[in-house]
Design a protein around this ligand. Structure first.
Ligand code: M6P
Ligand code: ZN
Length: 189
């Protein structure tokens, strides 16, 4: 609440040791393995795993309603360490519903890789680590994999009208995957 001419306590806080968020309207969600069907390549290994296993958690501050033009959302995602077959746990990945909307990601805890794909179908990847900062241009599919043995936490800030489009992930898929080969993360087509 805004009270005229007073110095107030801010509505939201970040715990700077782990970027955990607190405040009035923070949404928390969890993605379990069973909700990520069709995302991982090795379906046999997928079926053999516990579908209730939590793969990642998301915290988001939504000061305005989703879809509001001009607002900003601020959040973080924690991906557990692990693999399905030899493919690292990762977010589902998405495009923005309003294609030209961009986003920032940054590494907070752990080791990861941001995998991107642009409109022309060109794919590339960037290392994520505490302090890494990533500008994700509009019209770019983005997904993050945890390549370490500990949880990976990354921050995100994006326009409140960007929206999430997951269709492209299933239709055409990512043309690249991040797997472990001889103990090292590698990208395969
Ligand atoms: C980041 C942001 C969110 C996104 C979340 C999980 O926190 O980009 O918008 O929802 O990661 O990613 P996804 O929706 O692809 O599973
Ligand atoms: Zn996004």
């Amino acid at each position: 609440m805004k009270i005229h001419n007073t110095i107030q306590t801010p509505e939201y806080k970040i715990d700077l040791s782990n970027w955990g968020l607190s405040g009035s309207s923070i949404l928390v969600s969890e993605k379990r393995l069973g909700q990520l069907k069709g995302i991982f390549f090795d379906e046999e290994s997928f079926e053999a795993m516990d579908p209730e296993q939590v793969i990642y958690r998301v915290q988001v501050i939504q000061p305005v309603q989703e879809g509001t033009e001009g607002g900003l959302f601020f959040g973080n995602t924690t991906i557990m360490p692990g693999k399905v077959g030899n493919e690292f746990f990762m977010t589902r990945g998405h495009l923005h519903e309003i294609g030209n909307r961009a986003e920032y990601y940054w590494g907070i805890i752990g080791q990861g890789v941001l995998i991107s794909k642009d409109r022309e179908g060109k794919t590339w990847a960037e290392k994520m680590f505490p302090g890494s900062l990533h500008y994700i241009d509009g019209y770019t599919v983005h997904r993050v994999a945890n390549i370490g043995n500990t949880p990976l936490k990354f921050g995100a800030c994006w326009p409140s009208d960007a929206g999430h489009n997951y269709d492209g992930i299933y239709e055409k898929g990512f043309t690249v995957r991040l797997i472990e080969k001889e103990g090292e993360p590698v990208i395969i087509e």
